[in-house]
Design a protein around this ligand. Sequence first.
Ligand SMILES: C[S@@+](CC[C@H](N)C(=O)[O-])C[C@H]1O[C@@H](n2cnc3c(N)ncnc32)[C@H](O)[C@@H]1O
Length: 314
Amino acid sequence: MSQLTLEQAKDEMTESYGVKSIHVPVMLQEVMEYLRPREGNIFLDGTIGLGGHAESILEAIGEKGRLIGIDRDQNALSLAEKRLEKYAKQCNFIYGNFRDFDNISKDLGIRNLDGILLDVGVSSLQLDNPDRGFNIRSEGPLDMRMDQNGQISAYDLVNSLSENEIATILKDFGEERFAFRIARVIVENRHKKPIESTRELRHLIMRAMPYRKKREKIHPATRSFQAFRIAVNRELEALDKALDKCVDMLKPSGRIGVICFHSLEDRIVKVKFRDFAKEGKLRLIVKKPLRPSEKEMDLNPRCRSARLRIAERI
Ligand SMILES: C[S@@+](CC[C@H](N)C(=O)[O-])C[C@H]1O[C@@H](n2cnc3c(N)ncnc32)[C@H](O)[C@@H]1O
């Protein structure tokens, strides 16, 4: 499987779809090796994104195979649909949340699966678009919704939750040491005027940080942004619920792979897989999560924190 450099991939994406951002599929080689998609298989890609992993899975399952591709971001889903046009007959593209997979599979008349991939987190398409409000380094509205039809944005959380609720989000989802200091600065300042942009939020977080923290290489607001994003999209809850539903749909010897970029998500997968193993439902294929190779990290630094866990249905 050849791997494009980030620049080559960006050029290809700009040429084909007119978007300047590319999401390079993370740990593609490992995903294919461990999920082992075969001719005629039925696969779920619960986070189809820009269709990078899906494309390789579709190649492997061939014309008799079927892929259900879900994404809660309609924009990403349309791009995936366009990219995977030539496989249209083998695909169901579903705009939705993977936590609802029980209903989605019922509607599609699917009873079981040979393989499942969840690549949770934000895509580069989302991260690189300042209007989506995910990126700490660009100026944009405080949005952070993966599903642009979602009811609650980061603006709503930042401007209406109590000081205590904000601190809890920062502590629980960002493991932020200075959660209470940040929450206090946010609440004190929003009385003057609502906090509307990523820049305003970033500045307030910086103001709450002790001097030594302000000089760190990783932006001091990174944890807080991540925490608000997780809260807006209820990411941990979705993953937890989805794992129960998806694992029940796997055929014996069918495999599930989950890529996480955050230790809290990875912990959910670890604990669920361990519990399913105790119940005799799953067998762990790797005891410790797989990590991207040095080469992949050089080509695509954004994959650095990725962890891939794989298990097999008994
Ligand atoms: C890291 S990207 C996936 C990239 C994809 N594997 C590829 O190769 O292009 C994650 C995607 O999952 C979607 N997503 C995250 N949580 C989701 C959920 N609960 N249900 C459906 N889609 C979700 C995001 O909108 C995003 O497009």
